[in-house]
Design a protein. Structure first.
Length: 304
């Protein structure tokens, strides 16, 4: 009963335009910054493919499950880049599919740094299984008077400053604030989200490097949330990362570059708040593959 009540509250909070999991949540964004900022498209001198699967709050009935597939690549002169992204997200009685295409333009500042601008446009399909919910009123005006399938447009923008060993970027998602339920009795719509990301690699020795990084998430009229990460890299192939997620708890992840093309990762999210006793954490699997159609990867990998 507690699990059902909790999931129902989460769904209700999203419908009431509160701060909730409107955007897909990832722990392996460090190895796929394109999922966070469209300006990162093409930054690997490769056609980069990635696939991730996330099971959140395992043990809750109707807990979020998210799958993401993305690819991005520079064009031949490397001043521009293109990308595609697909995300499937399910929580309780709601499922969404997000399709988008991205374009990035690069301005080379010097041999070590560049400025990148990215735009992303697509459509989101919202599917509501109203019949799977229990209602306090049998004539709920939203559930019983609204079609359960709706397409809405979506537009994102991002800018990044990138060096060979550091980056900082700002992105804004859902700039058009589309209404997601076609009912006069609901004003639920996409909030505009802002993501600020930054990271820096420090070489400790020929074999070991440290990379502190962060992401700050903020929605309009909602509280902020941030991650503070510390990654250690060994032999340019093995990454271990610990994360403090504000208001949630800790994340532990590992990432291995099996070859310069193939890399895989796993993360475990451990909540340290009042939902700890109700579930067994969140699990995320990641796999990436880079087709070197232009050049080899740089020796100091910032991310995927």
């Amino acid at each position: 009963m507690m699990k059902r009540v909790t999931i129902a509250c989460v769904i209700l909070s999203m419908s009431c335009n509160s701060f909730a999991q409107q955007q897909g949540l990832y722990s392996h964004y460090l190895f796929n910054l394109f999922a966070v900022n469209p300006a990162y498209a093409g930054e690997l001198d490769a056609l980069a493919l990635s696939l991730s699967y996330r099971a959140q709050w395992v043990g809750f009935e109707g807990a979020p499950k998210t799958q993401n597939f993305s690819l991005h690549s520079p064009v031949r002169d490397k001043k521009m880049a293109l990308g595609l992204q697909f995300q499937n997200d399910e929580i309780g009685a709601r499922q969404t599919q997000n399709f988008s295409a991205a374009y990035a333009y690069k301005i080379q500042l010097n041999q070590e740094s560049k400025l990148s601008f990215g735009i992303e446009a697509g459509a989101i399909n919202y599917q509501y299984r109203w019949q799977d919910l229990n209602y306090r009123r049998s004539n709920d005006p939203v559930a019983f008077g609204t079609e359960g399938n709706r397409w809405v447009p979506n537009f994102n923008f991002g800018v990044m400053y990138l060096r060979t060993d550091a980056y900082i970027g700002l992105s804004a998602t859902s700039l058009n604030s589309s209404k997601i339920i076609a009912s006069d009795n609901s004003d639920a719509r996409l909030n505009t989200f802002f993501n600020l990301i930054a990271g820096k690699v420090f070489n400790i020795s020929d074999k070991v490097a440290l990379k502190p990084s962060t992401i700050l998430r903020k929605a309009v009229n909602s509280p902020f949330q941030f991650d503070a990460n510390l990654s250690i890299r060994y032999l340019n192939n093995f990454w271990l990362t610990t994360t403090y997620r504000y208001g949630f708890g800790a994340v532990f992840s590992g990432h291995v570059f099996i070859t310069d093309k193939l890399h895989i990762g796993y993360s475990y999210d451990l909540p340290l708040n009042n939902i700890l006793s109700q579930q067994s954490g969140s699990h995320e699997l990641f796999i990436g593959y880079n087709f070197h159609i232009f050049a080899e990867l740089p020796q100091n990998r910032l991310s995927n």
